[in-house]
Design a protein around this ligand. Sequence first.
Ligand code: ATP
Ligand code: MG
Length: 549
Amino acid sequence: MTENEPGRDFIRTRIADDLAAGSLEGGVVTRFPPEPNGFLHIGHAKSICLNFGVAQEFGGVTYLRFDDTNPLKEDNSFVEAIEADVRWLGFDFGDRLTYASDYFDHLFRFAVELIEGGNAYVCSLNQEEIRASRGTLTEPGTNSPYRDRSVEESLALFQAMRAGEFADGEHVLRAKIDMASPNINLRDPVLYRIRNVAHQRTGDAWHIYPTYDFTHCICDALEGITHSLCTLEFEDHRPLYDWVIGNLSINHHPPQIEFSRLGLEYTVMSKRLLHTLVEDKHVDGWDDPRMPTLAGLRRLGVRPEALREFCSRVGVTKQDNTVEYELLEFCVRSDLEDNAPRGMAVLDPIKVTITNFAGDDEILTAAWHPKQPELGERALRFGRSLFIEREDFALEPPPKFKRLTKGGLVRLRYGYIIRCDEVVTDDAGRVVELLCEYEPSSKSGEDTSGLKPKGVIHWVAESNASEQKIRLYERLFLQPKPDTSDLSASLNPQSLSERAGLVEQAIVDSDMKHFQFERQGYFARDPDGGFNRTVTLRDSWKGGKGGKG
Ligand code: ATP
Ligand code: MG
């Protein structure tokens, strides 16, 4: 196997090699370990696609494990949202849904084992003192005065910490490794801290909670994880991961393998910043369609297929991985191009009266998708009164204008050719109505008129138009790399514009979710009503490079 094979990154190569070497008796086991302190974002999607993806490809299994060791920041609503998002993305964890808190008893016993082996001690310095004695990148730390506390004393104190006999911060449990290590993570890191707070799952059972570094590796080992895949910022923690497992009576030692985090231009991904956006009401909640969260992207109208394709194109490497927004849009567009039914909606209407049409509406038909006949057809109405897009008419047309002008012809998509005879304006000179004639022999598909209009425009008959709230979303930030010290200064003031659009009744009545509104873009039905623009038809971003309308 080589890394150059398509779809083969360094992690897949490693797993294939491990399998070939016969070192994975039980098959591949991976885990995705989110902390339930926010919604999942598109960076997490990369990790999910990797962890679940490799297990699927190599016939293994994946755990969804909540890393719930910090009860101050965590919440059950996040647990539920994360589970739903992983399923929505298309991955199945079956009954392998676990929580770090499931292992609190084991973790406590392993901590006792470290103390008994002289590998951990209760330190009574406060947080400040610990920080001050940790040293710097260039200077070693200094030993805690409690470092040589007897095993018996540390054990007794640790039990008392557990029993809730102390206030927060009075003591911590620290690993006894090396205060002079060039790797600061090995300078007697904290393994347990006192937090006299209830935990969302274990209630009042604990007054001490284990740190990530102590918890994560042990959970991995207990679950038989064969490849513990994490992002590069944990590279410096790997020696600690290995130290903890190496000093405990655990006979399974998962290798930690790091890959680079996904970053995406024009957005922020850290949960701290996402919290700020929500709390400061720059967006309308975690599932606001402008958020890079999976819930936001879903609401925007992105399908999981598009996200999986995006993650696959992004790939897995150790190089810095900030991806252009256009790649996401490309994946979303390609997916919807193939899958979204077509329809018409007029977002900024002008009224058109067909002066030579009288009587009952005519019923026309149009396919839902030009390449997917199995989606069937919808009925369209044509009558005396219709609407076209304001920008599809020009009183004084610029050169090469191919749409409707006074005295000019245009074809109504799936319908007839019309000619504009008269323009009605209001006192301010604004066009309010066009009086047109249609050519009865020019019906789309059976045109014998011989007329050759230059353009085709979308339209909706008044009797077929449903007024709907339309939300046009743009990127949330103006800069590819938003200023994270002052998010509000980087926000795009035009990230959302709302309007009342006129949407074909058949779209509103159907039970489909995603549509291409012809010539307008891809739109998705919002769960609270109306339609959200998922993505434009072409790259029309004006703030970025190469944007063209
Ligand atoms: P944040 O820094 O946004 O708070 P986190 O890493 O603390 O994120 P976790 O819930 O701990 O969030 O992440 C769960 C898993 O997802 C971890 O294994 C983490 O490495 C991975 N992950 C988080 N962000 C990204 C990203 N941008 N790209 C790839 N993987 C990520
Ligand atoms: Mg984390």
